[in-house]
Design a protein. Structure first.
Lengths: 255, 240
């Protein structure tokens, strides 16, 4: 357990020293500017408008930031032969992986916490709390997805592209599934159903991000505890899946 | 290709975690497969300006994706009468907005005339025909065939000859100068008038058309001349 905590601490230290807090501050200041601009334009529901636009902006920015941080940090360590150095110490591959992941998860949670505090200016505390918990989980999930892709693909651009694609696909796949069952040609043959089955098969391997961290929570009240738990549970399962896949790949890697 | 260690090197707990979480993920997703949206789920159409912003400079792509989104409402496996419960005011709002996004696309008018105008509900059919007619008036040269289809639907499905005449007359009036409008489309007015027993008006129009010299094809000219004679004899009979 101790090596995991130490590695996690080093990740947090790295985040502090590589300018992640500065980037976070940039997002916050941009968000405030955007909110001020929108408040000048809105004729009514200005708080709801600001909360919804900022919620969406903060969510996307933080996901991009955490993915970019995970990928660049791991690639830098790989280029510096840090992985080989660490594994020459009495640390198992699982401890290394989990330590790194724990550090990234803490960074994501800190980011989500800061953004949620800002949103308290425009939304009541309970919905913001639900939004914070969900965003923390979403960032943890994206950290594990990015970690998996960077360990597998080993380079910045492919790993970032794969993480981004997975994220956006996960956000839209439910809508694609919903519209995939409506051809207008009457009887549906096997070949006509094939694309819909393909979309279903892809959806089975994607996290249910369309239900997580909804901006509507900030404007119309948070989810019920059952709904929130359902969302968090399904994100946790996907997080476990992608972490297991990352560990599997790391154990098979010949260093 | 990166060299890899054998699978046996992976600890059992990692393999078990991978298999277990994969099974749970798939089971969860199977359980929560979203259903096709129902008629009540159709939201109000966004403003065209908003759609343009959302298109991020790709209005043609968004217009077509929007059509796929729209046609999923009130269509699902167990629905014996697809689209018959939709709010047609909202639907027309969506069709107009998507049409405005890509003026050259024929998708909105195709689905309006071939799908939404064919639901077995005269009120909804009329609403959709009026949408087609309004779209035709915006660009008669390109959209005349949808107005012609609307005239046929009004005549044969709704049995409303005055409405069919309105559409047919509009084709002759607004699309006559367009180069690609065939003669049959411009002659629709004559034959609808004939069906309405407005033989005098039909005769005058047909005679005028023949005299104008616009019909080059000898077979077509002969056919229309015979039709004119037939009309004239019917007019004479009814005068007696």
């Amino acid at each position: 357990m101790r090596p995991v905590l130490i590695l996690g601490r080093f990740v947090i230290l790295e985040a502090r020293r590589t300018g992640l807090p500065t980037l976070f501050a940039c997002i916050a200041v941009t968000g405030f500017g955007l909110a001020g601009f929108l408040s000048q334009l809105a004729l009514t529901e200005s708080s709801a408008l600001q909360a919804s636009v900022l919620g969406a902006f903060f969510r996307l920015s933080s996901v991009f930031l955490i993915s970019a941080f995970v990928i660049s940090s791991m690639v830098r360590e790989s280029n510096d032969k840090g992985l080989e150095l660490l594994l020459s110490l009495p640390i198992s591959r699982a401890q290394y992986f989990l330590g790194k992941l724990a550090g990234f998860i803490v960074c994501g949670a800190a980011m989500a916490g800061g953004l949620a505090l800002l949103l308290l200016f425009w939304s009541p505390p309970l919905p913001v709390a639900a939004w914070f918990v969900s965003l923390s989980m979403e960032l943890a999930l994206m950290a594990s997805v990015s970690l998996f892709f960077v360990l597998t693909l080993t380079q910045v651009v492919p790993a970032l592209a794969a993480s981004t694609c997975l994220y956006f696909l996960a956000r839209i796949v439910a809508s694609v599934q919903a519209i995939s069952s409506g051809p207008l040609s009457g009887e549906e043959s096997f070949l006509q159903r094939l694309p819909a089955w393909g979309i279903d098969a892809v959806a089975f391997l994607l996290p249910p991000l369309e239900r997580a961290t909804q901006t509507s929570w900030l404007t119309y009240g948070g989810p019920s505890p059952g709904e929130l738990l359902g969302v968090l549970g399904s994100l946790a399962i996907y997080g476990a899946l992608v972490s297991a896949a990352g560990l599997f790949d790391l154990y098979r890697r010949n260093l | 290709m990166r060299s890899e260690r054998p699978v046996g090197q992976v600890p059992m707990w990692v393999v078990a975690l991978l298999a277990g979480s994969l099974a749970m993920q798939v089971l969860l997703r199977v359980e929560s497969r979203p259903a096709a949206p129902s008629a009540e789920d159709l939201p109000a159409a966004p403003r065209p300006a908003l759609l343009r912003v959302a298109a991020l400079g790709e209005p043609a792509a968004l217009a077509r994706l929007g059509m796929l989104y729209l046609q999923a409402f009130d269509y699902h496996g167990g629905n014996s009468l697809p689209y018959s419960k939709l709010d047609y005011i909202r639907l027309i709002g969506w069709l107009s907005a998507l049409q405005g996004l890509d003026e050259k696309s024929e998708y909105p008018l195709f689905i309006a005339s071939r799908v939404y105008a064919e639901v077995p509900d005269p009120v909804r059919q009329r609403q959709m025909l009026e949408f087609i007619y309004a779209s035709f008036l915006v660009d008669p040269g390109r959209r005349w065939k949808w107005a012609a289809h609307a005239a046929l639907l009004a005549k044969h499905r709704l049995k409303d000859l005055p409405l069919a005449l309105k559409y047919a007359r509009a084709i002759d009036r607004f699309a006559a100068s367009a180069p690609n409008v065939p003669m049959w489309a411009r002659q629709m007015e004559i034959f609808i008038l004939e069906d309405m027993n407005e033989l005098d008006a039909a005769r005058i129009l047909l005679g005028g058309l023949l005299e104008s010299g616009q019909i080059d094809d000898p077979g077509e000219r002969l056919f229309l001349q015979n039709r004119l004679k037939e009309m004239e004899s019917r007019v004479k009979k009814s005068a007696r």
